[in-house]
Design a protein around this ligand. Structure first.
Ligand SMILES: Cc1cc2nc3c(=O)[nH]c(=O)nc-3n(C[C@H](O)[C@H](O)[C@H](O)COP(=O)(O)OP(=O)(O)OC[C@H]3O[C@@H](n4cnc5c(N)ncnc54)[C@H](O)[C@@H]3O)c2cc1C
Length: 359
């Protein structure tokens, strides 16, 4: 089959990878393969620290379980190694969160995911750099941390190795006849295929008319902090990578405002110092901006049509959700299995304002 993937973030490229590995001829069309949120994401694989529940928890756990194999697959095909750790995330708790998170940790334990509550002196013995103000945390042992930039680089190399063509163009129109996509029209060309995957990230509403909108995040890169696992607090996340540390992230409802702001940098620095005071001594490297693909209910969109799939709105967890988002498409095309996620997360839930707004 000839398959056209629109959008080259982690969702589109992972799908392109798996479809090419399944033997299809795949073409990726993207306006700009460097503008995606995927390049700047923190790379936390953190369904429990995020406090997810219900169907989105199930989707996230399925993806977390696929992650070891996913990273190996991308490394093998690309020939590039990717920083990836599964040594847990320390979820630091505000006093108001302690009871709720203990209950959540119990519910995750019932699903087979281990965690360890840490308080007072045992917390400080285990994590010496933490501020004295922090008195309670839970170590979610199955969570992980992947370098999103390295993952994206490796995916691009994998495309070249698999002969997946990446075409730079912006799709502005989708030609549909009798429920089938006949062609997608870009500013340079029209593109016909047997099957289409739409994964346009935060730009989804312009292309697909679904209520996906950008939620801007600024994220700092610093050097000189010696920690070996993610510290996830309600104020800031501190995410160690191979040669640097990320401090994330602002959450700003300001449309596609690309500016790196002094206020953003200041709040990230101050918030991180509430967690680890010595972070003030780190070398400042850079600040980056990305746009999370948000939806009104903060849940993703999976739509299926006769010859297309929409995979969008991955919001704060698109790096985590990439493998399962690809599996949904591969299962459909290779095994004829229509995923339950098409029923659980369809865009039709937003019709007539009919949705639960959790924001
Ligand atoms: C600061 C920050 C921190 C984050 N931290 C984490 C984290 O720790 N863990 C996690 O799991 N997630 C995290 N996320 C969320 C994650 O980055 C996103 O959910 C994920 O990257 C979305 O991937 P995507 O492929 O859908 O979109 P994107 O990566 O945004 O890519 C979309 C692509 O589609 C292209 N495109 C759009 N419209 C068109 C069109 N009409 N024609 C052609 N091409 C088009 C764009 O050019 C772009 O290249 C974070 C996000 C931000 C901003």
């Amino acid at each position: 089959m000839l398959i056209c993937v629109i959008g080259s973030g982690v969702v589109g490229l992972t799908c392109a990878l798996d479809l090419a590995l399944a033997g299809h001829k795949v073409k990726v069309i993207t306006r700009n393969y460097e503008e995606g949120a995927s390049w700047v994401a923190g790379g936390m694989l953190a369904p429990f620290s995020e406090g997810l529940e219900g169907d989105i928890l199930r989707l996230s756990i399925e993806s977390l379980r696929l992650y070891d194999e996913y990273v190996s697959r991308v490394e093998e095909v690309s020939g590039h190694s990717i920083f990836y750790r599964r040594n847990g995330i320390l979820r630091i708790l505000d006093s108001g969160e302690v009871e709720a998170y203990k209950a959540l940790a119990d519910s995750y334990r019932a699903l087979g995911f281990d965690s360890q509550p840490l308080e007072g002196s045992s917390l400080r013995e285990a994590f010496g750099l933490l501020s004295e103000e922090i008195s309670s945390a839970i170590l979610f042992k199955d969570e992980g941390n992947v370098d999103s930039q390295q993952l994206m680089d490796a995916l691009i190399f994998a495309m070249h190795r698999l002969g997946v063509e990446i075409v730079l163009d912006e799709v502005h129109k989708i030609k549909i006849e009798d429920g089938r996509v006949e062609e997608v029209i870009g500013f340079k060309n029209g593109y016909g295929a047997d099957f289409y995957v739409f994964s346009p990230g935060a730009w989804g509403s312009a292309l697909l008319g679904i209520p996906v909108y950008p939620l801007k995040g600024q994220i700092l890169k610093v050097r000189g902090l010696d920690i070996d696992r993610v510290l996830y607090s309600p104020y800031a996340y501190i995410i160690p990578k191979e040669n640097y540390t990320l401090i994330g992230a602002t959450s700003e409802d300001v449309s596609f405002d690309h500016r790196r702001t002094l206020g953003g940098v200041r709040s990230l620095g101050n918030n991180a110092a509430r967690v680890v005071p010595s972070i003030d001594e780190c070398e400042f490297v850079e600040v980056n901006v990305g746009f999370r693909p948000a939806t009104p209910d903060q849940l993703p969109v999976f739509d299926v049509g006769e010859n297309y799939v929409v995979s969008a709105g991955h919001f704060r967890n698109g790096i985590l959700l990439a493998p399962v988002s690809s599996k949904v498409v591969v299962d459909l095309l290779e095994r004829g299995v229509r995923s339950e996620y098409f029923e659980l997360f369809p865009s039709r839930r937003f019709q007539n304002g009919n949705h639960t707004d959790k924001s």
